[in-house]
Every structure is written in C-alpha cells, then in structure tokens.
Design a protein around this ligand. Structure first.
Ligand SMILES: [Zn+2]
Length: 209
C-alpha cells in the first residue's frame, strides 16, 4: 500500500508540474518558409509557457474591463462549435490562469493540457487608412489567421509567438470590448485579457534572452 501511495504521489506531482503543451491541430496555407518560421516561433511559445514567472505574472495581472467569454456567443447557430449563452461570469486572474494552464479550449479533448491551435497564414491588404491587420480569430471555426509579413515573418523573434498567445485568448472566448483593440484600452482604463496576456508573453521573453 505504501508503495502504491508513494507512486501515486509521484504521478500527481508530475501532473502538477506539467506545463501545457502547444499542439498544432490544423495548418492552412503554410508554405515551406511559413512552416520554418512557425517551427522556431512555436519553440519560443513553448519556452514562454514553461516559465514559472509567466504563470506568476498571469496570476498577478490586472485585467481591465469585463472579462466575460463572450466571443462564442456571437457564433452562427450552425457553426462548427456550439453557440454559447451570453457569459455573465467575470473571470478572476486565477480562473484565467486555469483556463490557459489546462488548455480549456474547444479543440480536441476538454482540458487536455494542450494549447490547441488551428493556424492559417494570410496576406492582408492595406485598408483605406493605410493600416494592415495583424490577424484574427474566427469565432465559428477557431482558426487563427496571421499576417505573413507583420506576424509570421516579422523579423523579430517572438512576435508571432506572442501574437498566437493573444489569439489563443480569443480561442478561449475572450473578446475585445471594442472592435478595435487599441480603442479597448481607452474604454477600459487598461489592457483587456487578450492584450495583457500577450504583453506578459513579451515581458517573459525578454527575461529569457
Ligand atoms: Zn485581438
């Protein structure tokens, strides 16, 4: 009995210490070049997710505005994933940390400890104001589209990795209170969940270099 008990302890300790793993579920329109860039950025993302200071920062961060998971409420009725009821729960930093830590997305198995990503590489046209989108997450398919030029091949290590972290918070259902993320900060008095997590990723990366 003692042996079994200690074995159980070892197993549960391992479980406690296991950082979530990045897992690619789907790749769309990735060229050989895009895939090479992705593979080095995924290593960076995994490194960030395997750093204790990242998780402490997630836990200690201030998340401004209401942190409802409402993105999935605006789904089409016959979307690939079910339409959610309008979320009224305001997530604490502990809950936000758990969502990320357990990989509580709708792709694959629930809470599988995997950061499941469906990725698409895309070329964006400039809009009338001369601005270019960096990417976005489709609420119906959970596909993350990323700008080849400004994100996948940004020329700066970790930019794409931290962008994926931002988009993954959308995959989990967090939504910008304003359609333009830059206006969200003005409305909330600070960064919302997605922007905060992205910035913590960037800050963590600096400590790793
Ligand atoms: Zn966003």
């Amino acid at each position: 009995v003692k042996f079994v008990l200690s074995l159980l302890l070892v197993v549960s300790n391992l479980h406690v210490q296991a950082y979530p793993k990045v897992h690619i579920d789907t790749l769309i329109d990735f060229t050989a070049d895009d895939s090479a860039a992705l593979s080095s950025e995924l290593k960076i993302l995994q490194k960030i997710l395997s750093t204790d200071t990242f998780w402490e920062a997630i836990l200690n961060a201030n998340y401004y505005c209401a942190n409802w998971r409402r993105l999935h409420h605006y789904r089409r009725r016959n979307a690939q994933y079910p339409k959610w009821k309008k979320d009224k729960h305001i997530y604490s930093s502990k809950e936000i940390q758990r969502l990320l830590w357990t990989g509580d997305d709708e792709i694959g198995l629930p809470k599988d400890g995997l950061i499941n990503l469906k990725l698409k590489a895309k070329d964006y046209e400039q809009n009338k104001k001369g601005l270019t989108r960096h990417g976005g997450t489709d609420r119906n398919t959970l596909i993350i589209s990323s700008n080849r030029k400004t994100r996948i091949h940004s020329g700066k290590k970790g930019t794409y990795a931290c962008h994926l972290l931002h988009e993954y918070m959308h995959v989990l259902g967090f939504k910008h209170p304003k359609s333009t993320p830059s206006k969200t900060k003005k409305k909330c008095g600070g960064d919302d969940v997605t922007l905060t997590v992205q910035k913590i990723g960037i800050a963590t990366l600096r400590t790793l270099n």
